[in-house]
Ligand binder design. Structure first.
Ligand SMILES: C[S@@+](CC[C@H](N)C(=O)[O-])C[C@H]1O[C@@H](n2cnc3c(N)ncnc32)[C@H](O)[C@@H]1O
Length: 294
């Protein structure tokens, strides 16, 4: 049975003029599903099949390839594969998206001794990452870093720029708005020109920037994660698109990256009924968080 989270997976409808759906038979679609799942973990829900066919159809036409040829090509061309991935992944996010998780960190961050290293897993366009940096800047006394990773180059590019529309700042608690720097009128105009669709009203403060590092990382290669001995791993709304067994493998890999005493803060729907011998569940209302105890 499909989980409710999976039915929310939204492949963006194509805006390309003249786009037409490429209809796959069940066997072809199963091949595509298993290719995508094995490479990036994402399970394509049946409800999104039509949109998926539309997206692949667009790419086939742009590459001027038949269905079978495109299926082969996408597996040999890293560039084309990345283009397809960019079309499939969901970047929905917000500043301070799951408030109880951030409240938990507000309490726990000041208790760490020494420099605090945080990993924002599946950072999308950066709202989660910069929220974590704001918290750390306000509550950590002996230095911090925030590593942020995602599979999407486009999302990472936006995250790194760290400019957002005024609407996005509304979710930021007052205490942390000191880290939002309004863009001067002239800069806004040029940024609006650059990004065409959205008027960007503010950017994250330089105070935060020197602590934040972005990396492209596929969680299905979690054995190759370059981060070690972390105090906080924040993983929300990423694993919900994966199968249970992939979620387990990834969570096991995340645990290995945590220092003893470190925190794993998952989204509430990320992995129900998960336990791990090295992890103790933290009781904090509304959260799904664990502490590494050995
Ligand atoms: C819905 S967003 C969640 C963003 C943020 N964590 C939040 O909760 O607001 C999911 C992100 O996971 C990323 N993602 C999906 N599959 C991935 C994979 N295999 N490896 C790394 N990132 C992945 C997507 O590109 C997307 O930006």
């Amino acid at each position: 049975m499909m989980t409710p989270a999976l039915t929310n997976l939204s492949i963006q409808p194509s805006h390309a003029a003249g786009s037409a759906r490429e209809k796959f038979d069940d066997e072809q679609y199963a091949l595509w599903r298993s290719l995508i799942e094995s490479r990036i973990g994402m399970v394509l829900p049946d409800i999104q099949r039509g949109l998926f066919e539309l997206r692949v159809g667009d790419r086939m036409r742009i590459c001027d390839l038949s269905s079978a040829s495109y299926y082969q090509y996408v597996q040999t061309s890293a560039v084309e594969w990345q283009r397809l991935v960019e079309d499939l992944v969901v970047h929905e996010t917000a500043f301070f998206r799951h408030l109880p998780s951030f409240e938990l960190l507000e309490q726990r961050l000041p208790l760490f001794k020494g420099v605090v290293h945080i990993w924002s897993v599946g950072c999308a366009t950066g709202e989660e990452t910069w929220s974590l940096a704001m918290l750390a800047e306000a509550h950590v006394t002996q230095g911090y870093s925030v590593m942020a990773s995602d599979i999407s180059d486009a999302a990472l590019a936006t995250a790194q720029v760290g400019r957002y529309s005024w609407r996005k700042s509304e979710r930021i608690p007052l205490l942390y708005r000191q880290f939002c720097v309004a863009l001067p009128e002239s800069t806004q105009a040029s940024v609006a020109h650059l990004f065409a669709l959205t008027r960007q009203d503010w950017q994250v403060s330089d105070v935060l920037r020197e602590h934040v590092f972005f990396h492209r990382l596929n969680l299905m290669d979690s054995g190759q994660v370059p981060f070690r001995r972390l105090q906080v791993i924040f993983c929300q709304n990423v694993l919900i698109y994966f199968r249970q067994f992939d979620r387990r493998d990834i969570l096991d890999a995340l645990v290995q990256r945590l220092e003893i005493g470190g925190l794993l803060v998952l989204g509430p729907g990320e992995m129900a009924d998960w336990d791990h011998p090295a992890m103790m569940r933290i009781k904090h209302a509304g959260t799904l968080a664990y502490e590494r105890i050995k």
